[in-house]
Design a protein around this ligand. Structure first.
Ligand SMILES: [Zn+2]
Length: 456
């Protein structure tokens, strides 16, 4: 499946990054984007404070119990308002709409709630709406207590091609004045929507549910050097699918995962472009695939994604806190796969990467003073990324507290010696730019690893 870039040049009152046209920019715009991008990203609201603000990253990871907890499943069906012939529906994978009321003839209020609490602010929503006749409606998006609106609305006519809602049709209420995090968000928002007999899809990001992820994986397996397999089952029994790219007899291995957290679609899109580059027909990729086997689990949390959860799996747990205890089947499947492969082929994982999304682009790395199977690979790689993208200065946050392993990066590094990082993409990073970073990143990584493996 091809993800089409957005085509509207909206100014999102939420984020400075929307000042950049999202379209399929021509070369000049792209060039200008690259040059000004960091400035734009880091500026946003911070211009108002008279100084540039850089996203400082998340506070230290809290170690929490990861035994399963109950989750609240949403009621599924059609919310029908017969007087006005308007219907809302959450009957599709990835939907989230917990309740809706009609305020007056043309105004509705939706309530979006999470699978359980406590939970961080990543209030995913996705639903369909249609009406017997064409009409304009106002729709408020509201959330449970202490949660604010985060994801700028995207619209689609088919659930596959998406564009951002025009900013003139978006109104934010009680918006915070911080550059990042909860303090930057509005309490609720109002969307003005044109509805009619044709279904309109509304979602926090482009929908990427398990059927779409699987069809992407299946499209890759058309190439004879890519195979798809199942490494386990999720809590609700969905397949945990993996694709293997390149020479699977090789003892030189890399591990790629994404979507532990369901709404983190921008990280997933970067992962896709990264994997497509390693799978491409370039001379570099062909050389790389002879020397290395790449293993990819694109959808770590299929239950969470298909249930429209904000953060957790069907066991009610943040999977990226379970890489020391392995109480959840999704993390256990990857651990089991990696360990049995190493045992079988006596190979080594040289690199591990986990794609996520957050308030702004950032790389959570392992402190470079700690050496794994290919020392300095990640810092050299990020240097190359900086060198090869005009005007780009990666925001890097190293960490040397890796025990207990808790998160995937620490597990990859501590248990396998894989040089590892978390690749975080901003919620509003222009899709063309996240793709460019991923493609350039994959190419530079392949070059570096081919050079380094010769020395081993
Ligand atoms: Zn995440």
């Amino acid at each position: 499946m091809i993800v089409h870039p957005f085509n509207s040049g909206n100014a999102n009152p939420n984020q400075g990054s929307y000042l950049i046209p999202w379209g399929n920019p021509n070369k000049n715009i792209l060039q200008a984007m690259k040059k000004t991008l960091c400035l734009f990203f880091l500026s946003g609201l911070s211009i108002m404070h008279g100084q540039e603000q850089k996203y400082q990253g998340q506070p230290p990871i809290k170690i929490i119990a990861t035994d399963s907890k109950p989750v609240q499943k949403q009621w599924k069906g059609k919310f029908n308002f017969p007087d006005h012939n308007v219907t809302f529906s959450n009957e599709f994978e990835g939907a989230r709409l917990n309740g809706i009321t009609q305020n007056n003839d043309s105004t509705y209020t939706a309530l979006i709630t999470s699978e359980n609490t406590p939970i961080n602010i990543s209030p995913w929503y996705a639903f369909k709406v249609w009406a017997k006749k064409k009409e304009t409606i106002d729709l408020f998006l509201t959330y449970q207590q202490s949660i604010k609106h985060r994801y700028y609305p995207k619209l689609s006519k088919d659930g596959i091609h998406w564009s951002a809602l025009d900013s003139s049709r978006y109104k934010a209420y009680e918006k915070g004045d911080k550059a990042f995090g909860s303090g930057s968000l509005p309490l609720k928002v109002k969307l003005t929507l044109e509805v009619g007999p044709d279904t309109l899809w509304v979602a926090g990001q482009e929908l990427q549910n398990s059927p779409l992820v699987n069809s992407w994986m299946d499209s890759l397996t058309q190439r004879k050097y890519i195979t798809k397999s199942t490494i386990g089952k999720s809590t609700e029994g969905r397949n945990l699918n993996m694709i293997s790219v390149g020479n699977t007899d090789s003892k030189n291995m890399i591990m790629i995962i994404s979507r532990q957290h369901p709404p983190e679609v921008t990280g997933y899109l970067a992962m896709k472009a990264f994997v497509e580059t390693i799978s491409s027909d370039s001379k570099l990729a062909r050389r790389f695939r002879k020397k290395f086997a790449t293993y990819v689990v694109p959808l770590m949390n299929p239950d969470g994604v298909d249930n429209g959860f904000w953060r957790h799996n069907a066991g009610g747990i943040d999977l990226n806190r379970d890489w020391a205890n392995f109480n959840q089947p999704e993390t256990r499947a990857v651990k089991g796969f990696m360990e049995s492969l190493v045992k079988k082929n006596h190979g080594k994982f040289y690199f591990g990467i986990d794609f996520h999304s957050t308030w702004d682009d950032i790389y959570y790395t392992v402190d470079p003073k700690l050496k794994g199977n290919m020392p300095n690979l990640v810092s050299n790689w990020l240097d190359k990324l900086k060198e090869n993208i005009d005007g780009y200065d990666p925001n890097i946050s190293p960490n040397d507290k890796l025990n207990p392993t808790t998160v995937s990066r620490n597990y990859f590094f501590v248990e396998h010696g894989a040089e590892a990082l978390v690749f975080e993409v901003g919620d509003n990073t222009p899709r063309e730019f996240l793709k460019e970073k991923a493609v350039t990143g994959a190419n530079e990584l392949m070059k570096l690893m081919l050079k380094e493996i010769k020395k081993q």
